[in-house]
Ligand binder design. Structure first.
Ligand SMILES: C[S@@+](CC[C@H](N)C(=O)[O-])C[C@H]1O[C@@H](n2cnc3c(N)ncnc32)[C@H](O)[C@@H]1O
Length: 262
């Protein structure tokens, strides 16, 4: 009997440890096809300037306008502050910006705050009444599909009513039916952070490759091996990595593609 209780406790504890550390354990078995690089590889603006022989500091281009969201303000689907700073810095040197996935408008607002005065930001998103247009495909991850529903709740954004609103064009449409032809080769910076199902990430990425201009940059959010809701983002990026030079930025969940590498 005592042996049975010990055996039972070992099994229960092992299962508990597995479920509490599921993300980390899955990450250990993940075979990385994407090279992780230092942020400096993305753009020279991130290479620090020498202030003194023992002190390096940020260049002017990466000093940005920013804000933080209090944890009590239960906004869903956001980038970390470090990722937000990277996006803000790239916005300072971008005139035409496109975003898949507006949500609360946190990243859109940062793009508008930091881009040049004459810059234009276009962002596409779903509102609750558009949700019936989105159907789960066979290859789509269930958690990612559920997140689309949970995150498509905003019709006003953090930038609504501010002086930056006139730089922003919000398109309320399913990106799967969005016709990108008039935007071909137009954008300096594209941020892909819309639906995280395979069919949507593939659609948004393929459209982005066509919408990107020479020397432009595409950023993907949520490249997190082992995270259930990011599974399809990781799968898609790995699948196209043999055709497109995509890199993961160290200490972030961001990946990038530059239109001057191939
Ligand atoms: C993760 S949130 C975006 C977060 C935002 N970029 C930020 O960092 O503040 C995902 C957004 O993508 C939108 N979305 C999901 N599927 C979409 C689709 N098929 N077409 C357009 N927007 C979509 C959702 O409505 C939601 O607003």
């Amino acid at each position: 009997m005592i042996n049975f209780i010990i055996f039972f406790l070992i099994i229960v504890n092992s299962l508990l440890i597995f479920f509490l550390n599921k993300k980390k354990i899955k990450g250990l078995f993940y075979k990385n096809k994407i090279q992780t690089v230092d942020l400096n590889e993305l753009s020279d603006i991130f290479i620090n300037k020498q202030i003194d022989k023992n002190l390096l500091g940020p260049k002017e281009e990466v000093i940005v306008k920013s804000f933080s969201i209090n944890k009590n303000n239960n906004i869903v689907g956001m980038t970390s502050d470090y990722e937000a700073w990277i996006i803000s810095s790239l916005s300072k040197i971008s005139n035409k910006i496109f975003e898949f996935g507006t949500c609360s408008g946190k990243t859109t607002y940062l793009m508008a705050l930091n881009s040049p005065d004459d810059a234009q930001i276009t962002t596409i998103t779903l509102k609750p009444e558009n949700l019936s247009d989105v159907e789960k495909q066979f290859s789509d991850n269930k958690t990612s599909f559920r997140n689309i529903i949970n995150e498509s709740i905003y019709e006003k954004f953090l930038f609504s009513g501010t002086k930056y609103e006139n730089k922003i064009d919000v398109i309320f449409q399913n990106s799967l039916t969005f016709d990108e032809k008039k935007y071909n080769s137009k954008f300096d910076l594209i941020f892909i952070d819309g639906g995280h199902t395979y069919s949507i990430v593939k659609n948004d990425s393929e459209k982005s490759f066509r919408m990107l201009r020479q020397n432009g940059i595409i950023l993907w959010h949520d490249f997190v091996p082992g995270k259930e809701s990011a599974k399809n983002v990781v799968k898609y990026i790995n699948n196209i990595s043999s055709r497109k030079k995509i890199f993961h930025i160290k200490n972030t969940s961001l990946c990038y593609y530059k239109n001057n590498l191939e």
